[in-house]
Design a protein around this ligand. Structure first.
Ligand code: CAA
Length: 408
């Protein structure tokens, strides 16, 4: 009996292991020293912070979750979440640049790529010689991801890609792109009554392939330096070896990739929420009104208390999803829950930080207004909050069915 209790005790820990704790301390210091001040400048100028990416490469962060075999750090996804959160606290733009590199570009290559593709791309991604991107959305489709118009025609030795991908983070700055395209002709889908997602395939496309071009940089509310733009494909010949997985497997590749990506965006959002809380609470501790520090007023305390609780809850949701992924368990629902909760929290936290700072919060003298602007996109990219609710609902309904013994 005693023994069982001990095993149970060991099976759940809220403490980071030594490697994770050291990583957290290191990346926190690096981000604070190198990214925090610059975040204001790149927000104003929209300049892609290449030197931040290079510094992350030097520290091995651009290959953090890539296997050692391909030059990466073979680190777990709790570590990944820790790194993204710490970077986002200082600069949310730099956080998404790294998150896309690791979870939306390197991860699907590692999971679905041939040994040759892994050799060719993962080593360079791990070293930061390559920056990665992921292209699913298009000007006319976002949430309805399977409704893409980009076509991939099988020409034997190569696929011919045509179409326009939209809202691509790292867009014009990346070297390598995961591109989702419809590879089954509409007539075939129609004749076989296959749903359109069954005809989607995933490809690795390089920037220097003939026919790849870019749209203008999007002028965004926040995360302004992440080089978001369209990626245009005009008769791009992609070698058949660059197909990821098998033909028609692309939609599953995209959605499973987004499961991982959503842990990253949740961590990015959490970093923004934590930074908002840190700023608002330290301001409240020093600012005086009505003859005392404003932190003494319950109105302020209650706002900060709610944030403190929610930030902790969000972190636990993220660690749960990441830990389940690390254990090889299905974590689609948990990743969606973490992203939904943390992204809505980030916007709320930015808003509260502005409220507590008052007029100062509304100016660029403080970072609160940037946190608020940066936060909003986390409710949109890698699946809107509405899509996360749909994903969670679908999984909950399945789980209820299993619990009550309903046939699948
Ligand atoms: N992993 C693997 N496969 C999955 C999956 C998952 N998490 N979820 C579903 N699938 C599979 C299903 O099993 C099904 O396969 P079969 O037909 O073989 O059984 C297939 O995918 C289709 O599933 P659904 O019928 O549930 O799909 P749907 O068409 O109804 O759409 C959706 C589901 C949840 C709405 C999905 O389209 C979605 O997530 N949309 C949002 C897209 C998104 O997040 N876009 C963000 C773009 S990336 C970005 O933001 C860029 C950036 O740079 C940051």
């Amino acid at each position: 009996m005693q023994k069982t209790v001990e095993v149970e005790k060991e099976s759940l820990s809220f403490k980071l292991n030594n490697d994770q704790a050291l990583l957290q301390k290191t990346i926190r210091e690096v981000a604070l020293e190198n990214f925090k001040e610059k975040a204001r400048e790149i927000d104003k100028s929209h300049r892609f912070p290449r030197e931040n990416f290079e510094l992350l490469a030097k520290l091995g962060m651009t290959g953090l979750t890539i296997s050692e075999e391909y030059g990466g750090g073979s680190m777990d996804y709790v570590s990944y979440a820790i790194v993204i959160e710490e970077i986002a606290k200082a600069c949310a733009t730099t956080a998404v640049i790294l998150s896309v590199q690791l979870s939306l570009c390197a991860a699907p290559i590692e999971k679905y790529g041939s040994t040759e593709l892994k050799e060719k791309y993962l080593k360079k991604l791990a070293l930061g010689e390559y920056l990665g991107a992921f292209c699913l959305s298009e000007p006319g489709n976002g949430s309805d991801a399977a409704a893409m118009l980009t076509k991939a025609e099988n020409k034997g030795d190569y696929y011919l890609l045509n179409g326009t991908k939209a809202w691509v983070t790292n867009g014009s700055e990346a070297n390598v792109y995961i591109i989702l395209a419809q590879s089954t002709p509409a007539e075939t889908l129609h004749a076989t009554s296959l749903p359109k997602h069954k005809g989607v395939s995933a490809f690795i496309v390089e920037k220097n392939m003939l026919g790849v071009s870019f749209g203008k940089l999007e002028d965004k509310l926040g995360i302004r330096a992440s080089a978001t733009c369209q990626v245009r494909l005009d008769d791009v010949k992609v070698p058949k070896e660059n197909l990821l997985g098998t033909e028609g497997e692309g939609f599953k590749i995209a959605l499973s990739t987004l499961d991982t990506g959503r842990i990253g965006i949740a961590a990015q959002a959490l970093g923004i929420a934590q930074a908002s809380y840190d700023l608002a609470s330290s301001y409240a501790k020093t600012r005086e009104a009505f003859g005392q520090k404003i932190i003494n007023f319950q109105a302020i305390q209650f706002m900060l208390v709610d944030l403190a609780c929610e930030v902790e809850a969000g972190r636990l949701l993220i660690y749960q999803a990441a830990h389940m992924k690390d254990q090889g368990l299905k974590y689609t629902r948990q990743a969606a829950e973490a992203k939904l909760f943390c992204s809505e929290l980030a916007t709320k936290a930015g808003n509260i930080a502005i409220q507590i700072l008052g007029g100062y919060g509304y100016t660029t003298e403080y970072d609160a207004e940037r946190y608020y602007r940066d936060a909003k996109i986390t409710e949109i990219y890698e699946g809107t909050s509405e899509i996360q609710r749909l994903v969670i609902a679908e999984n909950i309904i399945k789980e209820i069915g299993e619990r009550i013994g309903e046939p699948a």
